[in-house]
Ligand binder design. Sequence first.
Ligand code: ZN
Length: 563
Amino acid sequence: MISFRRPSRQSLPLILAVALVLFMRPLPGPADLAAAAAVTPGLGAAANAGITPQVAAAPQRAEGEGPFGRLILRGATLIDGTGAPPFGPVDIVVEGNRIVNIVSVGAPDVAIDANRRPPVREGDRVLDLEGHYVLPGFVDLHGHLGGSAQGTPAEYVLKLWMGHGITTSADPGSGNGIGWMLEHKARSERNEITAPRLLPSATFGQGWEEPITTPEQARAWVDEIADVGAHGIKFFGLRPDIMEAALEQAGTRGLYTTMHHAQLNVAWMTVIDSARLGLTSMQHWYGLPEALFTDRTLQSYPLDYNYNDEQDRFSEAGRLWKQAAPPYSEHWNAVMNELLALDFTIVPTFVAYETTRDFMRMARAEWHEEHTLPSLWRFYEPNRIAHASYWFYWGTEEEVAWKENYRLWMTFINEYKNRGGRVAVGTDSGYSYNLYGFSFVREMELLREAGFHPLEAIRAATLKGAEALGVADQVGTVEIGKMADFVVVDENPLENLKVLYGIGAVKLTLDNEVVRVGGVTYTIKDGIVFDAKQLLADVRTIVREAKDREGFEITQPGRGPFR
Ligand SMILES: [Zn+2]
């Protein structure tokens, strides 16, 4: 069987195979392993053993104001995340880190009656947000806090997230070790770092030197990971008896569970199989078309296919959805309805595959020049061993196949939502030209393309993600009693989701001037107000300094510097 435990140096051939299945991550040397033992005193073996933090830890927080005794967001239009239409002007009153009042104070284009407003007392902090929109803080269900292959310090990733309004982020896998992630989670809870709320999952088997080959071992591992305080578990697929034991124990311990149905394991279990055993959510899309097969049991692999050849892997994946039952056919409906009955969450991560259907768009995205670290750029470039850099010869045929793949995939996701299914936003940034933060907005645009109303896309990006993670009693909507997590933007995001991008959206004014509008103005997390544009300016400084240090300019793939 394939286990996805952290590899030891002794198993180099296995490492290479496993690394290609997952993500290219560096191999720990003996010194690293020794150092790792000291990472997090007090946490269990699973939290530490064999895991070496790969990126620089987040620095002490130097940004943000608050929390305040009372903070009043005055005169904004509210999009509350429930799916309710915008309404305003409203005044939102926060005490400490809790929303204590939301008052509708008038109608558009009418002067606000001061007597209707919550009183401003001495010492209150007031943000005058006339003309602004307030949304709940965003929830990303697939946020890796970097890896050494990407060369992304935690500060860089966290500021890209916070600069785009992401106030809750769930790392599926915790590549830096669950102990490291739990330390960052605790520091974020204490607001010692500029970071979203972090809800990390451990990769199944992570931290154990021995592979898990029995149900008893699986239960013991789940217990250990629950004891150290992991929020959940990320699976890549297992033999069914081990999967059953792990999911049952995870259910008993109240853990969030999610899975990337890796193709090496999908013959054992498709999405419907794992959902029946209690898996609560899926990432990406693998395993879904396989659950929809009617005239085959396996993907139609070419006979010279090799999963470790990533161009093989991704180009054939682009021909997978058309092998499944067609939309609205009997089997397609039956699978969808059973997933709905199981209250199963789908996190499609459309953005993680977008380069497959439009390489140039992604490789030339406007934000790369100032916001992409040189090390990350190098990781994105065509490469036979870096995961998800499968552009060996990516041509028209591959893009056309993927466009059709997306049409079928999006049809399923939109209909799943229409029938009451939970669809949430995840990004999986740091691969395939997907940049942290920016990709979250792009994922909302792709949900819009799939057929979501912009309000439905925003609900997926907020409430639905919070529900999937089991934290909707705390975050995910702007409601009295919930945590004070907000996104504030000075344009209407329903009209144009692009105004949420850190680079804003292009607009021609009535004076024929080409300007940029939007960009998140404030990200408010736990009652602390962050200047979102300053956070992204910090990111640009980190990038500039790295380029100066390395003498590097971003290039077009296969070309020299473009300036
Ligand atoms: Zn991922």
